[in-house]
Design a protein around this ligand. Structure first.
Ligand SMILES: Cc1cc2nc3c(=O)[nH]c(=O)nc-3n(C[C@H](O)[C@H](O)[C@H](O)COP(=O)(O)OP(=O)(O)OC[C@H]3O[C@@H](n4cnc5c(N)ncnc54)[C@H](O)[C@@H]3O)c2cc1C
Length: 483
């Protein structure tokens, strides 16, 4: 499909200040990929609107010229959602960084989409509040990206993922219309279109204002670090803690490769270097309750085979124990030229068996794998280490990633926990969903975007992106395109 880019650019410049339109190739290079570095494409043109009015004008121009667009927040997505892999205007929200309304009496804050996740807590911490969803990328990822991916994080075990914390959305639809989804209250009688938008990965429009739920900061937080001689024992501790009825704020595991990468990265020995796995457990609440829960969790870890236990009770010590986990992806980046992050989910009880199978597959494909994951949610993040300079490496990486997802599905899990489908996993979606499910998703998408302009080709398998098998998987007659 060819588009009239000069005409679009001319129209966009009528609505945006000169600095908000990026047309030079060397400047567009910054946007050639997101966190999925396996794929790179330079967008033909990009814009950085600052207000809802400007965003609406941008999408109206796209609609007028029938040019597709791809929204981008901070570009930390790990599934290629913000990748312009077919010609489209890139619409970047990183100039939309204002806190629009702070309503502490009702524990709500409304922000523009480019606001960085950790800034929300920073803005309200002085008043004793915080924003719970905390992806490990929280110092850089945007709230708009979190909404689009329905992002999770360490604290989502107890507090739920992004969709549990978004009360309302202002959205610019693909024809430029501004609409409101959700009314900013916790309960509402209408069809939950807010819920449909969250996790839609930029395929239904662009969120321009987001009302978030704020929580009261807990009175007391403790973090336990337990180290184990085997991954099975760490998995057993996770099972035992949840089976006991304890509900930690977070439970995270790092394997031996990650432990050593993190220790080397920071030049310290916070995590025992010879451990097969370390388990971090955070407990929060009233001081007496946290104390009792921490003692119980310690006993359960010991009974599961923990070799050593450390308990952090003040905020600085807790931050030290979390620092390595939160920086694990960056630390692994120091021991390998590059890596590919997989994101599967399995029932907690099958963690040890699935991890053993991943280790076997890693050997079979000749690619090392580091594991760091949200153990309490059964959300695995195997990091496949490779060098792009090795001939054929990228194909082997993708093959191993796909084999890992098959293992997750066979264990009764899912092909994505929190990083989304994007470009990376669209061809695996029919492993998990029946043709009717996929058609229903496509119908919903078409209701928001009848002209197929919003992040086209992403998420749902299409004959164009995934070949003829996609046509069969969605029961499409020849000649009919779904998306
Ligand atoms: C080191 C590292 C650690 C990570 N840890 C976690 C983690 O713990 N949990 C987790 O869930 N994820 C994690 N991620 C993945 C990523 O940070 C999240 O998916 C995040 O929400 C993406 O935000 P972003 O602003 O970078 O979005 P982008 O990458 O820019 O975009 C992601 C998707 O959102 C769409 N989009 C962006 N803004 C809007 C908008 N305003 N309206 C509509 N659609 C929009 C884009 O089109 C794209 O499809 C991690 C990534 C990295 C690099």
């Amino acid at each position: 499909m060819s588009y009239d880019w000069p005409a679009l650019e001319r129209d966009l410049r009528l609505h945006l200040p000169p600095r908000a339109v990026v047309a030079k190739r060397q400047e567009l290079l910054s946007y050639d990929c997101d966190g999925l570095t396996l794929e790179r494409h330079i967008p033909p043109l990009a814009v950085l609107p600052e207000t809802t009015k400007e965003m609406s004008a941008v999408l109206r121009c796209c609609h007028h010229h029938r040019v597709p667009f791809v929204a981008r927040g901070s570009g930390t997505g790990l599934s290629g959602g913000a990748l312009v892999d077919e010609p489209a205007l890139m619409v970047i929200t990183s100039r939309m960084r204002r806190v629009l309304e702070l309503d502490l009496a009702n524990q709500r804050v409304t922000v523009q989409p480019g606001v960085i996740n950790s800034w929300v807590t920073r803005a309200v911490a002085g008043d004793g509040f915080y924003y719970a969803p905390d992806p490990s990328s929280q110092v850089v990822c945007s709230i708009g990206g979190n909404v689009a991916e329905n992002s999770g994080g360490v604290h989502c075990l107890k507090y739920g993922v992004t969709s549990n914390h978004v009360l309302g959305l202002e959205v610019v639809l693909p024809d430029g219309t501004v609409t409101q989804l959700g009314n900013g209250l916790v309960e509402a009688p209408e069809l939950d279109l807010r819920g449909a938008f969250i996790g839609s990965e930029g395929t239904l429009g662009v969120a321009t204002a987001i009302t978030l739920r704020l929580l009261r900061a807990p009175e007391c937080v403790n973090v336990l670090l337990a180290d184990f001689p085997t991954m099975e024992a760490a998995g057993e501790a996770v099972r035992a803690v949840t089976a006991s009825g304890l509900l930690p704020a977070g439970m995270e595991i790092m394997d031996n490769v990650t432990i050593n990468a993190v220790n080397d990265f920071f030049g310290y020995d916070e995590y025992p270097r010879d451990a097969a796995a370390v388990l971090l457990i955070e407990l929060d609440g009233q001081a007496a309750e946290v104390n009792a829960s921490a003692q119980q969790a310690q006993q359960l870890c010991e009974a599961s085979g923990a070799r050593g236990l450390r308990r952090a009770e003040d905020p600085t010590e807790c931050a030290v124990l979390w620092k390595g986990r939160k920086s694990a992806f960056s630390a692994v980046g120091k021991i390998t030229p590059t890596y590919y992050v997989q994101d599967g989910v399995v029932p907690r009880s099958s963690l040890p068996a699935v991890l053993a199978e991943i280790e076997r597959l890693s050997g079979e494909h000749g690619l090392p794998v580091a594991n760091v994951f949200h153990a309490g949610d059964g959300n695995l993040h195997p990091l496949i280490l490779y060098s792009a300079a090795d001939p054929g490496a990228e194909k082997r990486v993708k093959d191993l990633g796909a084999a890992i997802l098959k293992v997750c599905l066979n264990a009764g899990g899912s092909i994505s926990g929190e990083h989304g489908v994007g470009a990376d996993k669209r061809c695996y979606l029919d492993w998990m969903f029946e043709p009717d499910d996929l058609e229903t998703m496509a119908l919903l998408r078409r209701a928001f975007d009848p002209d197929n302009l919003a992040n086209p080709g992403k998420v749902l398998p299409t004959p164009r992106t995934c070949g003829e098998s996609a046509r069969r998987s969605v029961n499409l007659p020849t000649g009919v395109e779904l998306y």
